[in-house]
Write a protein that binds this ligand. Sequence first.
Ligand SMILES: *[C@@H]1O[C@H](CO)[C@@H](O)[C@H](O)[C@H]1NC(C)=O
Ligand SMILES: *[C@@H]1O[C@H](CO)[C@@H](O)[C@H](O)[C@H]1NC(C)=O
Ligand SMILES: *[C@@H]1O[C@H](CO)[C@@H](O)[C@H](O)[C@H]1NC(C)=O
Ligand SMILES: *[C@@H]1O[C@H](CO)[C@@H](O)[C@H](O)[C@H]1NC(C)=O
Ligand SMILES: *[C@@H]1O[C@H](CO)[C@@H](O)[C@H](O)[C@H]1NC(C)=O
Ligand SMILES: *[C@@H]1O[C@H](CO)[C@@H](O)[C@H](O)[C@H]1NC(C)=O
Ligand SMILES: *[C@@H]1O[C@H](CO)[C@@H](O)[C@H](O)[C@H]1NC(C)=O
Length: 467
Amino acid sequence: MVGLLLFLLAGKGHPKPAATSRDRDILLAIRKDWGSPPQLKSWDLTASLNYCTWNGVKCSGGGEGTVTELSLSGLSLTVPVPASVCVLKNLSSLDLSNNHLTGAFPAATLCACKQLRFLDLSHNQFSGPLPRDIDGLSSVMEHLNLSVNSFSGEVPPSVARFPTLKSLLLDTNHFTGAYPAAEISKLAQLDILTLGDNLFAQAPVPTEFAKLTKLTSLWMDAMDLTGEIPEALASLTELMLLSMHSNNLTGSIPAWVWQHRKLEYVDLSANSLSGELPRNVTAVSLIELDVSANQLTGEIPAGFGNLKDLEFMSLSENQFTGPIPASIGLLPQLRYIWIHGNRLSGELPLELGKHSPLVSLVVADNNLSGPLPETLCANGELNVIDVSNNSFSGELPANLGNCIKLDSLLISNSRFSGPIPTSLPIGLQQFRAENNRLSGPLPADMGKLSNLTHLSLRGNRITGPIP
Ligand SMILES: *[C@@H]1O[C@H](CO)[C@@H](O)[C@H](O)[C@H]1NC(C)=O
Ligand SMILES: *[C@@H]1O[C@H](CO)[C@@H](O)[C@H](O)[C@H]1NC(C)=O
Ligand SMILES: *[C@@H]1O[C@H](CO)[C@@H](O)[C@H](O)[C@H]1NC(C)=O
Ligand SMILES: *[C@@H]1O[C@H](CO)[C@@H](O)[C@H](O)[C@H]1NC(C)=O
Ligand SMILES: *[C@@H]1O[C@H](CO)[C@@H](O)[C@H](O)[C@H]1NC(C)=O
Ligand SMILES: *[C@@H]1O[C@H](CO)[C@@H](O)[C@H](O)[C@H]1NC(C)=O
Ligand SMILES: *[C@@H]1O[C@H](CO)[C@@H](O)[C@H](O)[C@H]1NC(C)=O
């Protein structure tokens, strides 16, 4: 009777849908069922009457609407999500990522959320197998993120039985056996697919994935892939990220990797890829390229000069020969050049460091010759110079002191000559220059290098006292 009266009064004074106060009461019930954790302290009428302002609560249409999202990431929650959460009839997004949640996948609870489109359980400590009937989750699921947990067992085919799925993130778990490649390849709307860092049985890259033409991210690191990267994946023209590092891939890198214009991040490092790279490279959006630790041969393509956005280039630990193309010295964004452990020869590009904010130059273990370019310290961003084990010669650039951020200067085993520049970078921590032909006294400024922890100059012709 009192309830009816209140309802009528409320209905008169503040015309609102009945759902409104229900959602408030449901939130209070959820908080209680969850054991009233301090993280949900703001879920309290004394804090705010408007529950849509409570921590992590989002409503549709703003104000006191219906609750559509709970974003409870990074709250150190440890207690499992209570069943009452799905009493929120319009809940479409539930983010519980970056907490300390444990136990099995909370299927019984979450399958009751009939409007759920977005579920993020990533970065928790969930364990055990996924339920065979995980497709009992809402049929309108679009984003399922289970990455970085301890889920194990085989991935059930039902995980791909959501016709509108756009993201499927299963990486960094303990999944074993085969994963349901055929079912996944039917997810025509799929945008993001991550499977890497699992204990899957050794298997080739599924050619069926060629059907996933809307993919922008394909992440298959460290999951025991064998065989070649399929030519058929050339159909993935929307790809921005391709990562398959630390597998056992063989054969050459397919041409499409060097052509797809939307690719920004390519990491194929630590495989057994072989063959030469094409001269012409038209994947002009590349920002990071890592093909290190393979068995690639031939020359570094001059076409890398097209990669105007390239910031990170690692070609190290391969068998590349020939010179470093001059065009690489002109790239405007290049910060990291890691090409150590190859058989490169010739000189460093003339204006290296002048056109881009170079941070790290690691070219050790090659047969590079000539002097270090005067331009290396042009913008003062350099942090590491490692040119050890080459055939460099000439004097060290007099302006090395302009590299104010330099902490490692490694020039051992070359034929550098002349004096050590009078001003060395003040932050220097490592300076190794064994087995060169450096001569003359040490600079007086050397005593100011308070951070120097590794200094090695033997095998030179240095004279005079230590300052
Ligand atoms: C809430 O869900 C119901 C059906 O479950 C629907 O009729 C209603 O329009 C939804 N409200 C909002 C604001 O999404
Ligand atoms: C999980 O995946 C979803 C969907 O792709 C994404 O929006 C979300 O940011 C991811 N979560 C984390 C913690 O990265
Ligand atoms: C695959 O790669 C792993 C790690 O790189 C290595 O330990 C293993 O021997 C390789 N297996 C084969 C068959 O090449
Ligand atoms: C490089 O590829 C582009 C686009 O495919 C083409 O227009 C150009 O002629 C090619 N250049 C060379 C030198 O092959
Ligand atoms: C290294 O290059 C120099 C010429 O700069 C050449 O004389 C020498 O034979 C090369 N060494 C090796 C091991 O290729
Ligand atoms: C240079 O070569 C020596 C001997 O081959 C090796 O021990 C050392 O690790 C190499 N240094 C670098 C920086 O690659
Ligand atoms: C010396 O090292 C410390 C600790 O690594 C660092 O904070 C400081 O900036 C360094 N000094 C210079 C001059 O780089």
